[in-house]
Design a protein around this ligand. Structure first.
Ligand code: SF4
Length: 426
C-alpha cells in the first residue's frame, strides 16, 4: 500500500484481507446500501450512538449514480462544477474522504467552513460536504437567498444528536429551580449555557436566548473565560470531553464538574453537587475520538522513541493528559506544517485527516494512533455519487437536499455565534 492511499482504498484492501483492518467491513459498500429507512448511523458507528427520532432521511439516489465507477463520478463532478462556475461553492471538512476533498473550494473545520460560506455572498448554492449541524451553521451565517445543500441527508453527527432541545430545556429548568436567576453581589448570573459548535441550530438558539454562547475546539478556553466573567457556573454541552479537558486546563477541579445524564432527575446528581459545580458537563461524546486510549500512546512511544503525540480535545481526559499536545484539527494541521525537521507524529483524530497529512508531508512519519481504520461513519456518508447527484441537479436548475433553518431559530443562534466572535482576541 502506498503512503498516499486514501482511507477508502485502505478500507477496500482491508476488506479483501490484503492489508490492515477496519472496524466495520460494511464501510467498503456504497452508503446507499444503508439509506433505506435509516434505523442507525451506518457502518462504523458505535453501538452507543442512537439516531434521534425525526432525523432527516436520505432518499435513494438514482441508479445511474449508484452504478457509476469512481472515475466516471469524478469526471461528472468536475464537469458539473465547471458548468456551475461561481454559482456554487463546495466546502469540505477535514474529515471527508479524499475523493470528495479534491473537489472542495475550501477545506477546513466546521467554523472555518461556515466563515468561508459567508465569504461567498454571490454563490447561489453552498454545497457542504460535512455533517448536518455544519450545514445548519452555514445556513445561519449565509444570505437568505443562498441554498445550503448537504449531499447526503443521513450525514448527521452522533455527538450533536446526544443533546436534543427538549432534554436541554428540561435540564435548564431543573438548574434554574436550584440556582434561581438573580445575579450575585458581583453581578454574575448563576449559570450560562455554552454549546460546542457540534450541536443543532436549535441548541445554539437556546444559548442565544439564555445569555449563552457557542465555542469551537480552538476557542473553548477563551469562551469559558468569557462565560466565567458573567456567571458563577457553566452548563456545557454536548461534548463532556472538550468541556472537561478545557476546564481542567483552566484549573477547575474534577469534583466541580458533575456529569449530567439527560434522563435522570437532576442529571443523576444531588443538589449540593450542583450547587458546588463550576461546569456541568452534558454526557455526550464523539464515537470517533472515544476510540483513542492510553495504551495506543504507550505503544507509539515504544515503537518510535521521540514521537510527538498530538490528540484532539474530544478525546477522553486520560488520553489528552498522556499526549504531548492537544488541540483542534487546525492546531494539528499547523503543528505538522510547522515542523522543520523530519519528525514522527502519532495523531489522535479522524483517520481521513491523518492519512491526508501523511500523504502531504512525506518527509515526516505520520500515523493515526488507532491502527484500526475507522472513519467518522457519518462524514463517510458523503460519497462522490451524492456530490455528483446534487451538482448535476443544480445544473438542471433543481435544488435538492437543502438545509433550511427556521428564521426565529436563525436569529437566536446568530446571537450566540456573534457573542463567540466578539469574545475572541482580535
Ligand atoms: S468526528 Fe465525531 S464530532 Fe465529528 S462529525 Fe463525526 S461523530 Fe460528530
Amino acid at each position: 500500500m502506498t503512503p498516499t492511499a486514501s482511507v477508502n482504498e485502505r478500507i477496500q484492501l482491508a476488506v479483501k484481507g490484503v492489508q490492515g483492518s477496519t472496524c466495520d467491513t460494511e464501510l467498503a459498500k456504497g452508503p446507499w446500501e444503508f439509506d433505506k429507512g435509516m434505523a442507525e448511523y451506518g457502518p462504523g458507528a458505535s453501538s452507543e450512538d442512537h439516531i434521534p427520532l425525526g432525523a432527516p432521511v436520505q432518499a435513494q439516489i438514482p441508479a445511474e449514480y449508484r452504478a457509476a465507477s469512481d472515475e466516471v463520478l469524478q469526471e461528472r463532478i468536475r464537469a458539473a462544477k465547471a458548468t456551475l462556475g461561481d454559482d456554487v461553492v463546495i466546502l469540505g471538512h477535514f474529515y471527508q474522504r479524499d475523493e470528495i476533498v479534491q473537489h472542495a473550494d475550501y477545506l477546513g473545520d466546521s467554523f472555518q467552513l461556515a466563515v468561508a460560506a459567508k465569504g461567498h455572498p454571490n454563490a447561489k448554492a453552498i454545497v457542504f460536504c460535512g455533517v448536518h449541524f455544519m450545514a445548519e451553521t452555514a445556513d445561519v451565517l449565509s444570505n437568505d437567498d443562498q441554498a445550503v445543500i448537504l449531499p447526503n441527508l443521513a450525514a448527521g453527527c452522533s455527538m450533536a444528536d446526544m443533546a436534543d432541545s427538549a432534554s436541554v430545556e428540561e435540564c435548564w429548568k431543573q438548574l434554574t429551580e436550584i440556582y434561581g436567576t438573580e445575579p450575585n453581589a458581583e453581578g454574575k448570573v448563576p449559570v450560562i449555557p455554552v454549546t460546542y459548535m457540534n450541536s443543532s441550530a436549535a441548541l445554539k438558539a437556546f444559548c442565544g436566548r439564555n445569555g449563552g454562547i457557542v465555542c469551537t475546539s480552538s476557542n473553548a478556553a477563551t469562551v469559558l473565560e468569557w462565560a466565567f466573567e458573567r456567571a458563577e457556573r457553566v452548563l456545557f454541552f454536548p461534548d463532556q470531553h472538550l468541556g472537561r479537558n478545557t476546564a481542567l486546563a483552566m484549573g477547575i477541579a474534577l469534583e466541580q464538574m458533575p456529569l449530567w445524564w439527560g434522563r435522570k432527575a437532576l442529571g443523576g446528581n444531588d443538589e449540593q453537587q450542583l450547587r458546588d459545580a463550576k461546569v456541568i458537563l452534558w454526557n455526550g461524546f464523539c464515537s470517533v475520538h472515544k476510540r483513542f486510549n492510553v495504551g495506543q500512546i504507550e505503544k507509539a512511544r515504544q515503537d518510535y522513541p521521540g514521537v510527538r503525540v498530538i490528540v484532539h480535545p474530544e478525546c477522553p481526559m486520560d488520553v489528552v493528559q498522556a499526549a504531548d499536545e492537544y488541540g483542534s484539527t487546525d492546531y494539528i494541521r499547523r503543528a505538522v506544517e510547522g515542523a522543520t525537521e523530519p519528525s514522527v507524529f502519532a495523531i489522535g483524530t479522524e483517520v481521513n485527516m491523518v492519512q491526508r497529512l501523511a500523504a502531504q508531508y512525506p518527509q515526516h512519519t505520520i500515523f493515526c494512533l488507532d491502527p484500526v481504520i475507522c472513519p467518522c461513519s457519518t462524514m463517510y456518508r458523503i460519497h462522490p455519487a451524492y456530490l455528483a447527484w446534487v451538482l448535476e441537479e443544480l445544473v438542471k436548475g433543481n435544488v435538492v437536499n437543502q438545509i433550511v433553518v427556521d428564521q426565529a431559530v436563525q436569529a437566536d443562534a446568530k446571537v450566540a455565534l456573534e457573542r463567540m466572535l466578539a469574545a475572541l482576541p482580535k
